[in-house]
Design a protein around this ligand. Structure first.
Ligand SMILES: Nc1nc2c(c(=O)[nH]1)N[C@H]1C(S)=C(S)[C@@H](COP(=O)(O)O)O[C@H]1N2
Ligand SMILES: [Mo]
Length: 201
């Protein structure tokens, strides 16, 4: 990342021009917690991750198996629909390309589900090609309970409500099924650059 000094440009920038989507502000070092319900506190012994629905065969990983999968470090900007953005957040986890590698499906939609009952829907193609991960560390530490530990989805090109905390699996669907916030009037897709906050945006 490159910085442009204040003296040089006459105004302060946190990063490259155009880095902040419309209507967003930079929270800096804060990391707000936004949860629709209580933290579920699932122990890793009781945790698994499944890919099911319209698939040739259900895939399931225990915590131990998940931890053996190829891992990648990820540094990304994240954008919450409540208007905060956070630059250069650092995570580590498993790419959805890895988790969906051998899955045969005609599905085009995914419903991610979580401990605690939260769900969110996405097009399957938005989870592929290095765009989405199941992460279990933040800033070099195990993911904190309130931020989705032991593991959460990370889909940084969409508003952060799509990054399901305490995620336990994906259901691949032929027909799009709205998730929790999508049912309550949030945009079905949620592109921060198009400011798709609410249905109709
Ligand atoms: N399971 C679950 N995942 C969730 C939520 C939730 O309430 N439950 N909230 C979403 C919303 S609206 C946002 S903005 C982000 C917040 O992530 P954070 O608490 O780590 O900042 O998590 C998303 N994932
Ligand atoms: Mo949010």
């Amino acid at each position: 990342m490159s910085f442009i000094t204040r003296g040089f440009t006459g105004r302060r920038r946190s990063g490259p021009p155009g880095r902040l989507p419309p209507g967003q502000h930079d929270v800096g070092s804060d990391f707000p917690v936004l949860s629709a319900g209580p933290v579920p506190y699932t122990k890793t012994d009781d945790w698994d991750f499944a890919v099911q629905g319209q698939v040739d065969e259900v895939r399931r990983w225990t915590w131990e198996e998940f931890r053996q999968l190829p891992r990648t470090p990820i540094t990304v900007d994240i954008h919450c629909v409540t208007s905060w953005s956070k630059f250069d957040t650092e995570w580590e986890g498993v790419s959805l390309d890895t988790l969906l590698e051998d899955v045969e499906t005609t599905a085009e939609y995914v419903l991610a589900y979580c401990d605690g009952g939260y769900t969110t829907n996405l097009p399957l193609e938005d989870l592929l090609d290095n765009q989405a991960w199941v992460v279990d560390t933040y800033d070099g530490e195990p993911l904190a309970d309130e931020h989705g530990g032991p593991a959460r989805l990370l889909v940084p090109h969409l508003y952060l409500w799509k990054s399901a905390k305490w995620v336990r699996g994906l259901v691949l669907n032929l027909v799009d099924e709205p998730g929790f916030w999508e049912t309550f009037g949030y945009h079905n897709y949620g592109d921060p650059w198009k400011e798709q906050r609410y249905a109709g945006d």
